[in-house]
Design a binder for this molecule. Sequence first.
Ligand SMILES: O=c1[nH]cnc2c1ncn2[C@@H]1O[C@H](CO)[C@@H](O)[C@H]1O
Ligand SMILES: [Zn+2]
Length: 357
Amino acid sequence: MSTMPTPLSQEAIRTAPKVLLHDHLDGGLRPQTVIELAEACGHQGLPTTDPVKLGAWFRDNANSGSLVRYLEGFAHTCGVMQDEAALVRVASEAAQDLAADGVVYAEVRYAPELFTERGLSLEQAVEAVQEGFRQGEAASGGRIRVRALLCAMRQNDDWQRIADLVVRYRDAGVVGFDIAGPEAGFPATRELSAFEYLRQQNAHFTIHAGEAAGPESIWQAVQFCGAERLGHGVRIVEDIQDGEVGHLAAYVRDRRIALETCPTSNVHTGAVASLAEHPIALLDRLGFRVTVNTDNRLMSDVTVSGEFAAVVEQFGFGWDDLRRFTTNAAKAAFLPLDERRALIRDVIEPGYAALRD
Ligand SMILES: O=c1[nH]cnc2c1ncn2[C@@H]1O[C@H](CO)[C@@H](O)[C@H]1O
Ligand SMILES: [Zn+2]
């Protein structure tokens, strides 16, 4: 057996097993697929029909410094995701693209209410996406397992209906709930009864918080709603001064509430000023359950291995750090305990044992 260190190239990182907790289905289409689906369904107004230029357009639009502007690009992806065939294709391609990037387990999220503009029911949307994930898993030779999280949009009033769907489809591959969309002005406490219902049903949920709003939003998500994980959560760092951890940050750390950080997206939306100023290394050093995610692979032009490589380059992380982020994600996954243990023992540990600093 070789004891030579494996260089931390993006190509080597791609071969390592990875777990992805925060990835939006409608933020991860292939540019070419957007173009073909727009043509097929008559979606108007794409800025270009050249796939390379379209990819660049999404990235420029995302890199706006504002979450609200960042979210504008989704009109073009949701616009082409309004029939079952499109949803099956997009979900299948997402599973295949993630598998090709070395992701072994992914929770991919989307808001079913955004796919009902042309008459699909919420149930038809969920079932089509599930069908796509199953097809994509099969096409990837079983190298990846994909589960779904259903988002309610913060600015709409469908939270209870989406929470109901999560419970109804819990045995069909839907493992949790989330709220997404504009954080500022739409607090998670707007409809506490949806979260009470989910808790009473023993259902899992994460909440986007600490991205476009500060610790108060995280406090509401954790202490009023009961979030088990935080989408982004990076602004928890505002409750830490000169290494002194405030009561809220201590609670998040002590309860092992996972932070689903998304480094490039966090820069694009202005949640952090630059990658160099991203708090991931500080939070990791302080013992928070940090995970590394994509958020929107199309919008931000990222992959999981690319995000790993970016934080390796910026902060000097090594293989042991990447294994810890991956294990953190596996521990925080909304999977049954036995499946999480098997993922860590049978896939992550042997995968990283072969990769050494
Ligand atoms: O970083 C984010 N913060 C908040 N909302 C987001 C983010 N990325 C995507 N979405 C929103 O989630 C919806 C469902 O997938 C997307 O349509 C988008 O509006
Ligand atoms: Zn997100």
